[in-house]
Design a protein around this ligand. Structure first.
Ligand SMILES: Nc1nc2c(ncn2[C@@H]2O[C@H](COP(=O)(O)OP(=O)(O)OP(=O)(O)O)[C@@H](O)[C@H]2O)c(=O)[nH]1
Ligand SMILES: [Mg+2]
Length: 361
């Protein structure tokens, strides 16, 4: 697999850092200064590329056991002992795919295609049908024209604003993503713009300490846009490569909360040219079809440029991934497969489909 992010061009690295800290209300959890020296562009990243791909794949399939158990295992059960395909078998297949949250349109397309082939006597072997299903699902997953890798700006920090409904895994994903950047030698700053709950700021600070990156925060109840403004101000002369902004979870149907996101978005744009460079929507894969409604609502509010799908280790409804890839032309950047720092994978459609259809021998 290729790298998961790239820079437009090599940035000019600035050696000196000035202390521009201002405003007593801004709380900064500092870390050791030498923690994130930028690396040579050509240098090999120290990320998962050094790990054994076979081991990672096994881990992915293990973590996705529930998704596999639901969809593919049921398909296999259905096909077991069947020598030929008949119309009833296709009806049962349709039910399995719908239950796995593949979505009505995708399911109909897959099953109708099989029905047509069956009618033309072009399909008789269940194993061939299984293979066709995997191929079609891979096609849907690959479908997006947009590159899955993050593209960092040539100049200045790469600003990522993370949004999504309550409890989907935004803060946890930020911790994991920040850690990936740190492992690749990037200097990372986190901004806690979730000011609704003190616990939210605390949670981000704990992640900051764990992965050794500073966290900018203010008191509970502060205006999130102001926190972001101050945070970006703090970052200005410190040459951060990556700034990740955590926002409060919000119901996609609550107009005033969605408006607040627009304001944060505007503030970032005024402070950093072209920012935010990535608006990452986090979706909990266990919520199934509602993920589609969430993606639509957030996309109508701010320009969502990438998705992270979480909790794929805990859902029997992994079909939502296929559905989202088909419905929107927004790349899935990462998938979350657990609560730990390394439970995040770059989304690779082919690998994902293989993991979905993988049978343990
Ligand atoms: N199993 C599993 N749990 C996850 C994953 N990602 C996050 N979680 C858990 O989901 C819960 C919510 O995660 P948070 O990161 O706090 O979610 P959030 O979107 O920041 O929540 P709010 O800020 O309240 O909107 C926590 O218990 C996380 O540990 C994942 O990929 N797999
Ligand atoms: Mg949070």
């Amino acid at each position: 697999m290729l790298g998961w992010f790239k820079k437009k061009i090599s940035p000019e690295l600035q050696a000196e850092e000035e202390d521009v800290r201002d405003g007593d209300d801004v709380s900064v959890v500092e870390v050791a200064e030498d923690s994130a020296e930028p690396q040579d562009e050509e240098a090999e990243p120290t990320s998962i590329l050094h790990e054994d791909v076979g081991v990672l794949f096994k881990r992915l399939t293990r973590k996705m056991a529930k998704t596999r158990g639901s969809m593919v295992a049921k398909v296999d059960e259905l096909f077991l002992g069947k020598k030929v395909i008949d119309p009833e078998l296709l009806d049962d297949l349709e039910e399995i795919l719908i239950t796995a949250d593949l979505g009505a349109v995708t399911t109909m397309e897959l099953v109708d295609d099989a029905r047509a082939k069956l009618a033309r006597n072009e399909l008789s072997d269940p194993l061939v049908l299984r293979k066709t299903l995997q191929e079609k699902i891979t096609e849907y997953l690959v479908g997006s024209d947009k590159p899955a890798e993050l593209v960092m700006p040539a100049e200045g920090p790469f600003v990522i604003m993370v949004v999504g409904v309550n409890g989907v895994g935004k803060t946890t994903s930020i911790g994991k993503i920040a850690n990936k950047f740190v492992n690749d030698g990037q200097k990372v700053l986190l901004i806690a713009a979730d000011t609704f709950r003190a616990a939210a700021v605390e949670q981000l600070k704990i992640w900051g300490e764990r992965i050794n990156v500073p966290v900018i925060s203010q008191d509970t109840g502060a205006d999130p846009s102001a926190v972001v403004f101050d945070g970006l101000e703090y970052a200005e002369k410190r040459n951060f490569d990556v700034i990740i902004i955590d926002t409060a979870g919000r119901l996609h149907t609550k107009v005033n909360l969605m408006e607040e996101l627009k304001k944060i978005n505007r503030v970032i744009g005024k402070k950093i040219a072209g920012g935010p460079h990535e608006v990452m929507l986090v979706i909990d894969a266990t919520t199934g079809q509602n993920g589609i409604a969430q993606t639509r609502a957030f996309s109508e509010t701010v320009k969502v440029t990438g998705l992270t799908l979480t909790k794929l280790d805990g859902t029997a409804k992994g079909g939502i991934v296929v559905n989202i890839c088909r419905e929107f032309d927004i790349p899935i950047r990462f998938i979350g497969i657990g609560e730990q720092v390394d439970d995040l994978r770059d989304f690779d459609p082919v690998e994902f489909a293989e993991a979905l259809f993988f049978v343990e021998k």
